[in-house]
Design a binder for this molecule. Structure first.
Ligand code: ADP
Length: 410
């Protein structure tokens, strides 16, 4: 077996490139960072790298980054920098793993990027008009810079492709699904899959023998019902707008709301889109989408913040109940992402009153901070409640490695 395999994971947005370089054999992060404000007046590249003694060093480089090509070039320059770089040259990088948001029904698993895969990502632009074009830019610049490396696409939607029809078809004319692929897809799949696997390992069980509910509570938020390792339902829909109350997204609303807004407030489609995606959720109710601020404001007596927290946790609780019904039995509930990993308050409130479903949280255990996987249910709880830090980039690197190995074996 190889001692080291270095994989660069890239997550490209319309004006940013986030990256992490892993030694996947050693499960070790070597460098990470983000190039931001690409194409704007002043760009910024924040780079963290591990020195041989294990200390981390951060450098911030502020100057205009005209385009993504230049952004990636500067990232690579930092990685191979003769004094502070973590690799000698780019040929040490075995593969590039790209996060791609929408793979539609075509991709149930990661794929080696070739012309056909690029065309398919392009075809799915109508389903992810903001994300897929940016992901394609990332693929184009990485292929140019690393012509000899394998490039792999890992899709946010792939994990949810096991949903049964009753969970993914909308009750609208079926032709919309058959001809236009209108259906529930679900997102955050990489994170749900990662924490599910970690949960099984922690519990000492095979993933194929347990039922889980995973809660990815970040700025965007979603839940997944996972039966014996296969996702059977998830809260996000055709787009990430559906489901839970999020930082700035409404989550579930009456589908007739846009008609009301257009007819009575004269709002355009674009204005309604912005309202529901960028001005709603926690921000719409209490003015901020930062969960830390919401909790602080509530503690200071802010009634709007209190209402926002009530909506947020009530919606989660409703979905926990629904997913227990879907799964029939539940082994563990898993909290992850910024809010799920850090907010004891939210975790406790989501699980309050769920004893009848076998779900209990021990207040003491729940309050213990930690950066590692931990259990917050009391020993007598029928359902184990876990906090598991997500690591989408590591999962992308691991999936990329798997694809390379199966390619080499075929
Ligand atoms: P993204 O979806 O942008 O990746 P993250 O997973 O980083 O989001 O989560 C961001 C959210 O996590 C923010 O709402 C932030 O307020 C929240 N968060 C981070 N730390 C804490 C904390 N200690 N307590 C409560 N919320 C926190």
């Amino acid at each position: 077996m190889r001692q080291s395999m270095k994989i660069l994971v890239i997550n490209t947005g319309s004006s940013s490139i986030k990256y992490k370089l892993f030694d996947v054999e050693q499960r070790k992060l070597m460098a990470s960072g983000v190039a931001e404000k690409i194409g704007e007046e002043t760009g910024m590249l924040t780079h963290q790298s591990a020195s041989p003694n294990g200390d981390w060093k951060e450098t911030i480089h502020e100057s205009r980054i005209p385009d993504h090509d230049e952004g990636l070039k500067r990232i690579v320059d930092l990685l191979v920098d003769p004094r502070n770089g973590v690799i000698k040259n780019t040929s040490e990088i075995s593969a590039i793993g790209h996060r791609v948001v929408h793979g539609g029904e075509r991709f149930h698993a990661p794929a080696v990027i070739d012309e056909g895969v690029i065309a398919a990502i392009q075809e799915h632009i109508p389903l992810a008009p903001l994300h897929n074009p940016a992901n394609l830019v990332g693929i184009r610049v990485a292929k140019k810079m690393f012509p000899a490396s394998v490039q792999v696409a890992v899709f946010d939607t792939a994990f949810h492709q096991t949903l049964p029809m009753e969970a993914f078809v909308y009750a609208v004319p079926l032709e919309l699904y058959e001809e236009h692929k209108v259906r529930r897809y679900g997102f955050h799949g990489t994170s749900h899959a990662y924490v599910a696997e970690r949960a099984a390992a922690y519990l000492g069980r095979d993933l194929e023998t347990i039922n889980l509910i995973t809660l990815h509570l970040g700025n965007g938020a979603s839940m997944a019902a996972i039966r014996k390792g296969k996702c059977v339902d998830t809260t996000m829909g055709m787009t990430p707008l559906a489901g839970l109350v999020m930082g700035t997204r409404s989550g579930d609303v009456d589908p007739a709301l846009p008609f009301f807004l257009a007819a009575n407030l004269g709002m355009s489609i674009k204005e309604i889109d912005d309202l529901l995606n960028k001005e709603s959720g926690l921000k719409g109710i209490c003015g901020t989408n930062d969960m830390r601020e919401v909790v602080e404001n509530m503690e200071r007596g802010d009634k709007r913040a209190e209402l926002a927290l009530h909506l947020y946790t009530y919606r989660i609780k409703k979905y926990i109940g629904a997913y227990v019904a879907v799964l029939g039995s539940l082994d563990a509930l898993v909290f992850t992402a910024g809010v799920g990993e850090n907010s004891a308050y939210i975790r406790e409130r989501c699980c309050q009153g769920l004893q009848k479903l076998g779900i209990r949280v021990d207040p003491e255990r729940n309050r213990q901070p930690g950066a590692e996987i931990r259990e917050i249910s009391p020993p007598e709880s029928e359902v184990r409640v876990l906090v598991i830090p997500t690591n989408e980039e590591l999962r992308i690197a691991q999936e990329t490695k798997k694809v390379m190995e199966s390619k080499a074996g075929s």
